[in-house]
Design a protein around this ligand. Structure first.
Ligand code: AMP
Length: 178
C-alpha cells in the first residue's frame, strides 16, 4: 500500500469522535490523540507540508487555537514565519477584523495590521474545515496585505458541510475527509 495512505489511515483511526460536543448534534473531531503520539504528530506534519519546499513559503497563518499547533510546527519546519489569527480582544497591537455568520449570530477573527509583508507567499492552515466560515474570513484578512495564498490546508474536512464552496478560487487541500 502507498506509505502515505497507511499514514493517513493511522491518523484517521486515531482521531476521536465525541458525539454532542460542544452542543447536541455536533460530532466533535478530537485530534488530541494525534498530538499526544510523536509518530502520528510527525506524520501529520509531514503530510500537511509535503507540497512545499524549504524557504518557499513566507508565512503560515494559523487560527486560534488548534490551528496554531500545526501552523507553528509547519513554519518552523519550512523556515517560514508564523502568524496568529485570533478572536477579538486577544491581539495586543492594532488589528484588522473580519466577521462571518454562524447558524445563530456571528463570529470575528483578527490579525495584526503589520503581520504580513505585501507580496508574501502565505499558507493558511487549520485543523478542520467545517462550514468554511472561519477559513473564508481568515483568507479575507490575508488578502488585505496583497499577499498570495498558496494553499489553504486542513488535517480534516467535513465534506457534507460544503466548506469548500466558501473558499472558491483558493487551492484547498485536506488530508482526511469525513
Ligand atoms: P467552520 O468555520 O465552520 O469551518 O469551523 C471551523 C473551525 O471550527 C475550526 O477551527 C475547527 O477547529 C472548529 N470545528 C468546527 N466543527 C468542528 C468539529 N466537528 N470538530 C472539531 N472542530 C470543529
Amino acid at each position: 500500500m502507498n506509505p502515505n495512505q497507511t499514514k493517513i489511515d493511522n491518523l484517521t483511526s486515531a482521531i476521536r469522535n465525541i458525539p454532542d460536543f460542544p452542543k447536541p448534534g455536533i460530532q466533535f473531531k478530537d485530534i488530541t490523540p494525534v498530538l499526544a503520539d510523536p509518530q502520528l504528530f510527525a506524520d501529520a506534519l509531514e503530510l500537511l507540508t509535503n507540497d512545499f519546499k524549504q524557504g518557499e513559503i513566507d508565512y503560515f497563518v494559523g487560527v486560534e487555537a488548534r490551528g496554531f499547533i500545526f501552523s507553528a510546527a509547519a513554519a518552523l519546519k519550512l523556515g517560514a514565519g508564523f502568524i496568529p489569527v485570533r478572536k477579538p480582544g486577544k491581539l495586543p497591537y492594532d488589528t484588522y477584523e473580519e466577521s462571518y455568520d454562524l447558524e445563530y449570530g456571528s463570529n470575528s477573527v483578527c490579525i495584526h495590521t503589520d503581520a504580513i509583508r505585501p507580496g508574501s507567499r502565505v499558507v493558511l492552515m487549520d485543523d478542520l474545515l467545517a462550514t468554511g466560515g472561519t477559513a473564508a474570513a481568515t483568507a479575507a484578512l490575508i488578502r488585505k496585505f496583497d499577499a498570495e495564498i498558496v494553499q489553504v490546508t486542513f488535517l480534516i474536512e467535513l465534506a457534507f458541510l460544503k466548506g469548500r464552496e466558501k473558499l472558491q478560487g483558493l487551492p484547498v487541500r485536506s488530508l482526511i475527509t469525513f
